[in-house]
Design a protein around this ligand. Structure first.
Ligand code: AHG
Ligand code: MN
Ligand code: MN
Length: 334
């Protein structure tokens, strides 16, 4: 079988859909290269100085792991000098990161969760990187946080890497979702799945049930009905999976369907849910919709939300369309 590299795929997509100009291709290739470097660091484990805590906190008040900091540095360094970006923003940095003056400024803006699933690093469970690409507003000279606050519908590309038994990169530039596997010997990304599609129906759900006592009524109702199985209102048995790395849970859903939920609950009403809109929910919602699934905050489409701040949180329901529509309808009934 002829192997198609990431570069060849991007060039062919540009020819076919005119959706990947050279600067955007460079950006995606640089991010992919950074993910390769992160994958290499992850793979060292106890043999490298990569496990454990960095003894610092991020803007969310979460203790940073060494790999959170290392991955953030790798992405910043890789993307600074190419001339394709105007600014970057990351889960691990309170403020945006403009491109230093010594480098030319490009027209794109990159947001990332450098290391998703931090609680799984030290226990050797799949983790990943999530990224989102926006265009800088017309005429922007000095980038500010405000310039990033665009709804997810304006993303020109989004993707994630999973560092698991295999390292994969899943990508969309608005013409379907495509998966690449890292050939570790060759150091290259090879197209291994074109046009990933999420089945509309599923028997698998994903939620951290240890929070169930805090859930709001629509989520309690939805999960209770799933748990009742064949004898309940749904008339079929459901299975449950929770990796605690969004990248791994979403990758499973893109591969074989399912619904993933991280709802808001009765705790801290000013922090709805756990996941961040701009570099977790938006890129994943973009990919899921491109694969025929749906993504809502329980009320409306995630991609339509007008962000008000960089690190804002959002409730997330995403995956197989019929299930996402059902749990969203339960919120409307409430
Ligand atoms: P991060 O490691 O970037 O902070 O993200 C972790 C997120 C997400 O990946 C995962 O779905 C969720 O937190 C896990 O939450 P619980 O600890 O509640 O299981
Ligand atoms: Mn994350
Ligand atoms: Mn993270």
């Amino acid at each position: 079988m002829k192997r198609i590299s990431l570069t060849q795929h991007l060039i062919e997509q540009q020819r076919e859909h005119n959706s990947i100009p050279a600067e955007l291709r460079l950006l995606i290739e640089v991010v992919a290269r950074a993910c390769k470097t992160i994958s290499h660091a992850v793979g060292k484990g106890a043999l490298g100085d990569v496990l454990g805590t960095a003894h610092s906190e991020n803007i969310q008040g979460e203790v940073q792991k060494k790999l959170d900091v290392i991955s953030n540095e790798i992405l910043l360094e890789a993307n600074e000098w190419g001339g394709h970006l105007a600014a970057m923003a990351s889960e691990e940095m309170e403020s945006i990161h403009p491109i230093p003056n010594r480098y030319p400024m490009g027209e794109y803006m990159l947001l990332f969760d450098p290391l998703d699933g931090s609680s799984n690093i030290d226990v050797n469970v799949s983790i990943g990187t999530i990224f989102s690409v926006l265009k800088a507003p017309e005429g922007m000279r000095t980038p500010h946080e405000q310039d990033f606050l665009q709804p997810g519908t304006r993303q020109v590309a989004a993707g994630y890497a999973v560092y698991g038994p295999q390292t994969v990169l899943v990508l969309s530039t608005g013409n379907g979702v495509h998966c690449f596997t890292l050939d570790r010997e060759m150091g290259s990304w090879v197209l291994t799945q074109r046009d990933m599609k999420i089945p509309a129906q599923t028997k698998e759900y994903s939620i951290n049930t240890s929070n169930s006592r805090h859930w709001h009524a629509p989520v309690k109702r939805y999960i209770a009905e799933l748990e009742e199985g064949q004898g309940g209102p749904r008339g079929k048995d459901f299975n449950m999976r929770w990796v605690a790395s969004m990248v791994a849970d979403v990758h499973r859903i893109l591969t074989r369907g399912g619904i993933f939920m991280y709802p808001a609950d009765t705790r801290e009403p000013d922090k709805p849910g756990k996941l961040r809109l701009m570099y977790e929910a938006n890129p994943m919602a973009f990919l899921v919709e491109q694969a025929g699934g749906a993504a809502t905050d329980g009320r409306g489409r995630i991609l339509d939300i007008q962000p008000v701040k960089l690190h804002q949180r959002v409730p997330v329901f995403l995956g197989s369309k019929e299930e996402v529509e059902r749990v969203t309808a339960y919120h409307a009934d409430n």
